[in-house]
Design a protein around this ligand. Structure first.
Ligand code: ARG
Length: 265
């Protein structure tokens, strides 16, 4: 009986995660990607967790990858609230040091606690969450950007996006870790791309005006990194890699105090 209940709970958790990924996809995929675009992250290439030891992916208890994350303490992962909201800790695993989702490389940690930003919702943004792991991982951690890191948010700053998500709008998830570089945009550009949705205080955009390179479904929760710090958490976008529609990231510096409180507790 207990086993049946556990399985049911796991199934509900998995569905929750799948629904979260689906709901967060924004406007659904319509336009096909031009055939000359390299089908990676969107517009990226294969990279390794040995170069980026702090990038992790989240799976259900049965091993389905649904989001990304960043190791910021040996036992703490920052991810997106829309990845974890409503999940029970027992339904989530954190996989570190595994480039190929089909391999057994690296470490799988269990989650003992999930913190979701108390003011997270679709309008306000605040799409950040902290997972506490059942152990300390040996991997290097990435520091959070703070209020004094304004230079890292200057328009044109090159930032790294990483993830195991889909390689084009409406496509399927990547088996391997992919990465790409995208420039941080100005807030005014992002506000003109998303006049109703962009919450400048707590969000930052990144991407080329021409599109072509972006995070996509399944990359959520993963890092936007620059200057050796975590500056953003992959959150949403209209479609993926569309011209004039940059990716939107939770602005880590704006959430520094709330996140830090969770890391040191
Ligand atoms: N919300 C998506 C997820 O759950 C990430 C979407 C990012 N989209 C974008 N165009 N940058 O995986």
């Amino acid at each position: 009986m207990a086993e049946t209940l556990r399985r049911l709970a796991a199934l509900v958790g998995a569905l929750g995660a799948a629904v979260a990924v689906f709901l967060s996809s924004g406007v659904s995929a319509m336009a096909a990607q031009p055939s000359d675009v390299t089908p990676f992250i969107v517009g990226g290439s294969r990279v390794s967790t040995s170069t980026y030891p702090w990038v992790v992916h989240l799976t259900t208890a049965s091993g389905f990858q649904f989001c990304g994350g960043t190791l910021v303490r040996p036992n703490k992962v920052v991810t997106a609230a829309h990845c974890t909201a409503g999940d029970s800790p027992s339904a989530v695993r954190v996989v570190a040091g595994r480039d190929d989702k089909q391999s057994t490389a690296g470490v799988v940690a269990k989650v003992t606690r999930i913190w979701v930003h108390p003011r997270y919702d679709v309008e306000a943004g605040n799409d950040v969450s902290v997972l506490t792991l059942d152990r300390n991982l040996p991997n290097a951690t990435l520091p959070l950007a703070s209020g004094s890191d304004t230079a890292l948010y200057a328009p044109g700053t090159n930032a790294t996006i990483l993830g195991w998500g889909t390689t084009r709008e409406g496509g399927s998830a990547s088996r391997y870790l992919l990465g790409a570089t995208v420039p941080v945009t100005s807030d005014s550009y992002c506000a003109s791309a998303y006049p109703r949705e962009f919450a400048a205080r707590g969000e930052v955009c990144a991407g080329y005006e021409r599109g072509g390179t972006d995070t996509c479904q399944g990359d959520s929760g993963g890092p936007l990194a620059a200057g050796g710090k975590l500056i953003g958490v992959t959150s949403w976008g209209q479609g993926c890699a569309r011209a004039g529609k940059p990716g939107v990231y939770a602005r880590v510096s704006a959430h520094h105090a709330a996140l830090s409180e969770q890391l040191d507790s």
